[in-house]
Design a protein around this ligand. Structure first.
Ligand code: FPP
Length: 255
């Protein structure tokens, strides 16, 4: 506020116009591919993990912004099934971040009525990471506000393969005929089964790809890309994305 006023008084530029966001048509579910942590750090001559640490602060900012806008579900792609290929040190660091984040923020998340969830495979996640996440899930399970859904050890193709296996088993047992398989059967077997499909997918860092993220669920999502690295992504940019979403016409294949 003070900076804006100073700029305006000094005549060196207009105060930033507030980003108009209508109360109607807020995306119910926003999913974010948080990318660019490594490059953010490299640009500053810092180790890659410093970028992940800074990325954690962006998670807090955007969770608050999403909650204030009335978004119902915020899914954050935090660790993919492919991220295990990274150097051991980096993986170990990433596995410590959920407990650090939750230790710092759980009280505020509870105050804000946020429900924490994890969407991903639990089997190969270290016990210390899982314990912190499960505790947060347990402590927030009755909260009715924003669902903060961490896609952690998540991969969409594995999710689809698992869904197909479940459906094939039902067919083998004679509970379902192949010709009766509907979209709903597949959606019901995904890790996101009880969540609405994302209305909007945001990816930071200038990469224009989807990286094995919610491939089935994003069928009609609006895609929004920015060159900004995730640690620099802030409330204003988030509001810009939502504002643009509100100006788009979603036709779902109609006219
Ligand atoms: C992609 O950037 C980012 C990740 C793989 C990890 C994202 C994780 C966080 C932001 C913190 C997670 C915290 C919690 C609480 C779950 P990159 O490393 O691929 O960046 P680069 O493309 O510039 O190398």
């Amino acid at each position: 506020m003070w900076n804006k006023l100073k700029r305006w008084l000094s005549g060196s530029g207009q105060a930033d116009a507030p980003i108009a966001i209508g109360r109607e048509n807020i995306p119910e579910h926003i999913a974010i591919i948080m990318d660019g942590n490594g490059r953010w750090a490299k640009r500053r001559g810092l180790p890659r993990v410093a970028g992940h640490h800074a990325g954690m602060k962006a998670i807090k900012r955007i969770t608050i912004a999403a909650d204030e806008l009335g978004v119902k579900v915020l899914t954050l792609y935090s660790f993919s099934t492919e991220n295990w290929k990274r150097p051991v040190d980096e993986v170990e660091f990433l596995m410590k971040l959920p407990q650090e984040f939750l230790a710092l923020e759980i009280d505020e998340l509870i105050r804000k009525n946020v429900q924490v969830r994890m969407m991903g495979w639990r089997d190969n996640v270290p016990a210390h990471t899982l314990a912190a996440v499960e505790e947060a899930i347990e402590r927030t399970k009755h909260n009715t506000g924003l669902i903060l859904n961490f896609a952690f050890n998540y991969g969409s193709r594995l999710e689809l393969v698992t869904a197909i296996q479940t459906i094939a088993e039902a067919v083998r047992r004679g509970e379902l005929m192949p010709q009766d398989i509907q979209e709903e059967h597949i959606s019901a077997c995904l890790l996101s089964a009880d969540l609405p499909d994302p209305d909007m997918i945001i990816r930071t860092s200038g990469e224009i790809r989807i990286s094995n993220f919610m491939l089935w669920q994003m069928a009609y999502a609006e895609l929004w890309f920015t060159d900004v690295y995730w640690p620099d992504f802030d409330e204003t940019m988030f509001r810009q994305a939502v504002s643009e979403y509100q100006r788009r016409a979603r036709r779902y294949g109609g006219i």
